[in-house]
Design a binder for this molecule. Structure first.
Ligand code: TF8
Length: 338
């Protein structure tokens, strides 16, 4: 039977055992219900990834571990769910790293605009030693990080006019995530940023409390922002990771077998989630055009100009988050680019 976790991993539990009574595949696995909440809906690639995660956990545990998914911020926004994990009131959430920066400042390096050119570079940094180093900061905050999923490259939508160059940001009221780097970067561009939780964004756009928001195309599509926003400007100004979080209070109660199941499922579902995300981000552009959004490109030259305007903000936050860490990020991007 399965008493040695290391063997269990190598051999696949139960595979080699003969006529033992009970269910060998369930050795060290208890019946548990695991609440997993996210802010996005079931149609979003993150929702599909969570569903896949639930299936994998069920398969790997012989149905003993049941992941109960909650979508659409039913259990609260990113910050609230993360706090619920810390308090042991919820088991899993998969937030953007950005709203966590007030708690774990080092995650703020991922909010620096124009760092990654494509997803391959982001994967290299997040799945490499730097991404790992940041996950290792989580236990001291009563959280366990099982890796990164993908929110993705963010683009701007608004109801006023196309944004082609830095000056076009002037005076635009833009909802941002609750994150100091985003806030100050948009201020530097002359916009009027208003931080708020994601769950409030649709109605803020609808009531024109704000003129615009920024998110990846799959989110713009699945959250139906085309219904309340006319212009889509392909700014691709920043890449946002999702981080897969487990409550440490819950984690510490699990057997090594159970921990291994969650770890494997988070990584496998994450690989699937990134694939779906990339595919849907590609498809969403055409779909949003067909739904009537007016789409404009932003030239590399204009993006470089925006980057130059934002630079003092980035230099300031690099000091705050750790210049070594920031250098490590740029070095790893450089390596991935070769
Ligand atoms: C945002 C983020 C969100 C995610 C999600 C709700 O704009 O991009 O889509 O953090 O967890 O707030």
């Amino acid at each position: 039977s399965c008493v040695v976790p290391a063997l269990l991993l190598l051999a696949g539990c139960g595979g080699g055992s003969t006529a033992s009574s009970g269910s060998p595949a369930a050795g060290g696995i208890q019946e548990r219900t695991i609440k997993a909440g996210i802010g996005l809906n079931q149609e979003h690639p993150e929702g599909k990834g969570l569903k896949k995660f639930a299936e994998l956990v069920s398969q790997k545990s012989g149905g003993k571990l049941k992941v109960q998914p909650f979508y659409d911020a039913q259990l609260g926004d990113d910050k609230k769910m993360t706090e619920a994990l810390q308090g042991g009131l919820q088991e899993i959430t998969i937030p953007s790293t950005s709203p966590l920066v007030g708690m774990i400042k080092e995650f703020g390096i991922f909010d620096f605009p124009f760092v990654f050119q494509d997803e391959k570079e982001a994967d290299a940094v997040l799945d490499g030693p730097l991404g790992q180093k940041l996950l290792e900061k989580l236990p001291e905050h009563n959280l366990i990080g099982l890796g990164y999923w993908e929110n993705g490259f963010r683009h701007l939508t608004n109801s006023k006019h196309p944004v082609r160059k830095a000056e076009d940001f002037k005076g635009l009221k833009i909802r941002t995530m609750q994150n100091q780097v985003h806030l100050e970067a948009f201020q530097a561009l002359g916009a009027n940023p208003t931080p708020m939780a994601f769950s409030e964004v649709f109605s803020a756009l609808e009531s024109k409390t704000v003129d615009g928001q920024e998110n990846p195309l799959a989110t713009i599509k699945t959250s139906k922002y085309d219904e309340v926003q006319r212009y889509l400007s392909l700014t691709k100004h920043v890449y946002t990771p999702f981080v897969f979080l487990v409550s440490k209070k819950f984690w510490d109660k699990l057997s090594p077998e159970e921990q291994q199941i969650l770890r494997e499922a988070a990584v496998e579902a994450g690989t699937y989630q990134r694939e779906v995300n990339r595919e849907e981000n590609r498809k969403a552009l055409e779909e949003l055009k067909n739904l009537g959004m007016e789409v404009n490109e932003v030239s590399d030259e204009e993006r470089a100009n925006m980057q130059a305007i934002i630079k003092p903000v980035i230099d300031k936050f690099a000091k705050e988050f750790g210049e070594d860490l920031v250098k490590e990020m740029y070095d790893q991007v450089e390596k991935a680019r070769q």
